[in-house]
Design a protein around this ligand. Structure first.
Ligand code: GDP
Length: 325
């Protein structure tokens, strides 16, 4: 055993070694060019930047139109939609018109006339489905806040009885948003929770009931069947089908998100998309692909992690931000 003085010497030597190592590493790093901590994720795929570069010249060339089509594909708009959008913008283009304005108008038009959120009284029922991790729970919390701010009373139903953490998470969001929570113990029948929730919401005179469901791996048929059952139970208990079946899609999953969405559309009759993480991607064009390929309107978008980061989808504002940055 080293004596007390011996221990002190060992500690001092160890500290000196650490200091010298830190100094040497510091010297090496100083010689390097600075690497940004987070690569500028928006730069390579940012449609606005590309479009801006494209239309700087006096004339718009064939190559410019081809580049625009590629830029739209790179922004996740999908090949078919990209081709059609460029064809239509090109048809409308005349020297002197601004191709960017034409593009904004063309994009916005694709969503014109789409219905917004439908929340008829006395009790509007919103069923929320989606794969785990897409932002389902967060979106439910944001929606609850959104409705509360508009004077509606809100109840949340915890029909995801599978994940223990999901229950806790939802109760935190309920509290933040000022909504009631209807839940049962873990492992309870999701259909039974849905039924109770409708009865409780009616008894308490709530305006909106938002029903969480277990995150589904869309390739697992029994799990999709369970979702169909929850929908049926809601319909029976309320005497009407859910007013909205919102599918939460993570914008950063790109074209995979569309494949996922297709299965949900088939299983539960999705009425609208809640597109999350639009802040974290330069590829907002996925909204175009979803509309084109699934024919389902995008109703709300998530633009961040906090409770106020939800916006009702607005075609012209969306198109402008996609094209103009
Ligand atoms: P769930 O498993 O589908 O219920 O997903 P969660 O609601 O737990 O969200 C998964 C992760 O995505 C969490 O870290 C959330 O903070 C994050 N998230 C959800 N919506 C958004 C959004 O609109 N923008 C960003 N940047 N993150 C989000």
């Amino acid at each position: 055993m080293p004596s007390g003085v011996g221990v002190e010497i060992v500690v001092v030597v160890a500290l000196l070694v650490i200091l010298i190592a830190a100094f040497v590493v510091g010297l090496r790093l100083r010689g390097r060019p600075e690497v940004p901590a987070a690569a500028p994720a928006r730069a390579p795929t940012d449609l606005a930047a590309r479009v801006h570069d494209l239309f700087k010249g006096e004339r718009v060339t064939d190559a410019d139109w081809e580049r625009l089509e590629r830029a739209l594909v790179q922004a996740d708009a999908g090949t078919k939609a990209a081709r059609e959008i460029v064809r239509r913008v090109r048809d409308r283009y005349e020297p002197g018109t601004d191709p960017q304005d034409l593009l904004v108008a063309e994009l916005a038009e694709r969503f014109e006339g789409d219905p917004g959120l439908s929340l008829p009284g006395p009790l509007a029922i919103v069923m929320v489905v989606g794969v785990n991790g897409t932002g389902k729970t967060t979106t439910i919390g944001k929606l609850a806040r959104h409705f509360r701010e508009r004077g509606r009373s809100v109840a949340l139903a915890q029909s995801d009885t599978f994940r223990a953490a999901a229950g806790e998470q939802l109760s935190v969001w309920a509290e933040r948003a000022g909504a009631d929570l209807v839940a049962q113990e873990r492992g309870a029948d999701p259909g039974a929770v849905a039924h109770d929730a409708v009865e409780a919401a009616i008894a308490r005179g709530r305006d909106v009931l938002i029903v969480d469901t277990a995150g589904r791996i869309h390739t697992k048929q029994p799990l999709m069947d369970e979702l169909t059952k929850v929908r049926r139970v809601l319909e029976k208990a309320a005497g009407k089908p859910p007013d909205e079946v919102l599918l939460v899609v993570d914008a950063t999953t790109g074209q995979n998100g569309i494949a996922q969405a297709r299965r949900f559309v088939e299983a539960v009759g999705v009425t609208g998309i809640a597109l999350t993480k639009l802040d974290g991607t330069a590829k907002g064009g996925i909204v175009v692909a979803i509309r084109e390929e699934l024919g389902v309107p995008v109703k709300v978008v998530g633009t961040g992690e906090s409770i106020d980061h939800l916006a009702v989808f607005e075609p012209t504002a969306f198109a402008r931000s996609l094209v103009r940055g």
